[in-house]
Write a protein of this length. Structure first.
Length: 405
């Protein structure tokens, strides 16, 4: 009894010390944050013909040395770099007659579904994020909200464009995101107050009939994960479906993309002999590719408690692979447990063969021209080092998928 009370006292003591350290860190952070960064966003510079603008995705994430030491350098320099983006015009005068249909998005991203005059659908997703709505309203949000907002800089603002090109080289289906600037446009209608005056990612919406879209599988039926699982759950998973998903998942691990929950996937149905169709995965929403979390004191501590928050770097470990695989575990378990270890190694070898230096160099030019040199310098060496580790990654991933089997 006495020993138990002593252990409990130690635990409570460490917890109190942790709370005090966090509060001290918050106060110190607030003090060192004052005067750091820009005072309001810099003005948007319009081209003479109004066809493009120069604007930074997140100038508010600029920070001084002490703030970066406490809360991470992350990708702040890229967020604060002004980039050139074409202006997206909605309505009859815009490309394809795009008109807004419905607002959406997760707790971080604002999204807007669009439809062209010929019925094709696209999605606009905000480049900048805001995780504050995930916090409880009241004093908690007031205290932690600014820090949650600041940690958006851990995500790569232009990683989705690089990831799409690498998926093409890897033989994985993908959307085709484009960087655009959405102005304060009357054609936004009821969405005008909440949208506009910012950079957005514009890509096709992978749903329904996509026979016109080769990168979406040229499929007559693209479905969400719930519909795919309802069909696959009625019969054994086909080897073709499993192998296609395995390749996509190894690509996720190579890119350091930890946010791969079921809603982050769409599935291209393909006719097959037998009881039903086969499915090819279409990963989407690459917002967390090249995530950078461990380069500040407090983010590093958070990462020790949240295994999924693995930072992109040149070295992978078994623990990092297990952490990166957490959000897709239900899909991994259902679709991949029937595959032997040799299949994991074969797909890793295929990826190493396809993801050549030339493919990497080309993909790293996919971001805004103003950021390409910095992106190549930061991501290129790490991608090459991780490529060499793909056989080991495949082995660790096989163990993670089959753990507890």
């Amino acid at each position: 009894m006495r020993r138990g009370l002593k252990v409990l006292g130690n635990v409570l003591g460490w917890a109190a010390l942790g709370v005090l350290a966090l509060l001290a860190g918050l106060l110190l952070s607030a003090a060192c944050r004052r005067g750091v960064g820009t005072v309001g966003p810099p003005p948007t510079r319009w081209a003479p013909d109004s066809a493009s603008v120069v604007v930074a995705a997140g100038p508010e994430y600029a920070a001084g040395p002490l703030w970066r030491a406490l809360w991470g350098g992350h990708h702040r320099a890229l967020w604060a770099t002004p980039v050139t983006a074409p202006v997206l015009r909605l309505g009859p005068t815009g490309p394809g007659g795009l008109r807004p249909l419905r607002a959406g998005g997760s707790y971080q991203t604002r999204s807007l579904r669009l439809r062209t005059a010929d019925g094709r659908e696209f999605v606009l997703r905000s480049v900048d994020k805001d995780a504050r709505p995930a916090l409880p309203a009241g004093w908690v949000r007031r205290l932690l909200g600014p820090l949650m907002r600041d940690q958006t800089s851990a995500g790569h603002p232009y990683g989705a464009y690089v990831a799409a090109r690498l998926a093409q080289s890897a033989g994985v289906l993908h959307t085709n995101p484009r960087l655009v600037y959405l102005p304060d446009d009357p054609a936004l209608g009821p969405f005008r107050a909440a949208y506009g005056r910012a950079l957005y990612l514009l890509e096709e919406r992978p749903a329904g009939d996509q026979r016109h879209a080769p990168t979406l599988g040229a499929s007559a039926r693209v479905v969400g994960s719930a519909e795919m699982l309802a069909e696959v759950g009625q019969r054994p998973v086909s080897p073709a479906t499993a192998r296609a998903f395995l390749r996509a998942r190894l690509l996720d691990l190579w890119l350091g993309d930890w946010s791969r929950r079921p809603d982050q996937w769409r599935w291209a149905a393909e006719p097959a002999a037998g009881a039903g169709p086969e499915f090819r995965p279409i990963p989407r929403d690459r917002d967390q590719a090249f995530f950078q979390m461990d380069d500040g004191l407090y983010p590093w501590l958070i990462g020790q408690c949240r295994a999924r928050y693995q930072s992109f770097g040149p070295r992978l470990t078994a623990a990092a692979v297990a952490g990166l695989a957490i959000t897709a575990r239900p899909l991994d378990t259902l679709l991949l447990r029937g595959l032997p270890a040799t299949a994991f190694q074969q797909e890793a070898a295929l990826l190493r063969q396809r993801l050549t230096d030339a493919a990497l160099d080309s993909a790293l030019q996919a971001g805004p021209p103003e950021t390409c040199a910095a992106m190549a310098a930061a991501l290129g060496p790490a991608l090459r080092a991780r490529r060499a580790q793909l056989p080991a990654v495949a082995g660790w991933f096989y163990e993670a998928v089959n753990k507890g089997k």
